[in-house]
Design a protein around this ligand. Structure first.
Ligand code: GDP
Ligand code: MG
Length: 247
């Protein structure tokens, strides 16, 4: 039987990147026969965009109205907040998410789906044997990433090599079960998600991926100053997650 999957695409001011990404995903999932194993829908989760992201995604939704659904929230709810709200809208058997900048190409996301078997979830990893990272970020971004990864390893003691990769997929029933407990809206939301699943003994595996760091800078971390601020917020979040009681 085919698995049904809702793939959330969070997007904040992505008019320059999301068109290329969506074109690639639509071609792969709707035209090249990859829908033989999976029935896929895309849930676009926009919030606070001040550019024409909405106009770009509407062009795709108009040709695939049943398979591309647009949600837009005005509030500054962050990537995590947008994904939480879209989790609430998911109706397929599985729900995942992927970044709007094509850092995970459709073939790689398809590989992630292929690893699901009977697991509760699969997360893509950039830091395992077999992982490949192309067009690497600036040294500063990489340093921030190493520091964050080390802190998460020490504080949470989970088996994951990479909690932050933007490509993940889970059994929807499991997500709905934990959804009321998800609070973190900033970029540390992945850590909270994985930690709660881990504490509840859910079966979430990690698999190596091919990843392309965006050549154009991230909209979320455009300057060293913003990177520092986001980094501080993420560190505060991980301490809150670790020391909060999970019931
Ligand atoms: N809805 C929403 N999406 C966001 C927000 N911040 C970042 N994103 C999305 O999250 C994904 C990852 O962000 P990106 O800028 O590529 O981060 P990077 O890969 O770490 O540089 C992209 O699809 C962004 O559009 C936000 O505040 N709201
Ligand atoms: Mg990116």
């Amino acid at each position: 039987m085919k698995k049904t999957v809702d793939i959330i695409i969070p997007a904040y001011n992505e008019e320059k990147r999301i068109g290329v990404m969506l074109a690639a995903y639509v071609k792969f999932f709707f035209r090249e026969g990859s829908d033989q194993d999976f029935v896929v829908r895309f849930l676009l989760a926009l919030n606070g965009c001040t550019d024409d992201t909405r106009g770009v995604v509407e062009r795709f939704a108009s040709t695939h109205p049943k398979q591309i659904i647009i949600y837009e929230w005005k509030e500054a709810i962050g990537k995590g907040g947008a994904i939480h709200r879209a989790f609430g809208r998911a109706t397929s058997e599985y729900v995942g998410f992927v970044d709007a900048d094509n850092s995970t190409n459709p073939k790689e996301f398809f590989r992630l789906l292929g690893a699901l078997d009977d697991h509760d979830g699969v997360v893509a990893s950039r830091w395992m044997a077999g992982s490949v990272v192309n067009n690497r970020h600036s040294r500063l971004r990489r340093l921030a990433s190493v520091l964050f990864r080390t802190a998460v390893k020490v504080i949470f003691r989970m088996s994951y090599h990479d909690t932050q990769c933007g490509a993940k997929v889970f059994r929807t029933a499991v997500i709905k079960e934990i959804l009321p407990r998800l609070r973190v809206q900033d970029m540390a939301f992945d850590v909270e998600l994985l930690y709660i699943l881990h504490k509840l003994n859910k079966d979430v595996i990690e698999t190596p991926t091919v990843w392309n760091d965006s050549q154009r800078g991230s909209s979320a971390f455009p300057s060293p100053w913003r990177l520092l601020r986001s980094g501080m917020r993420m560190f505060t979040s991980i301490f809150t997650i670790r020391f909060r009681k999970i019931s």
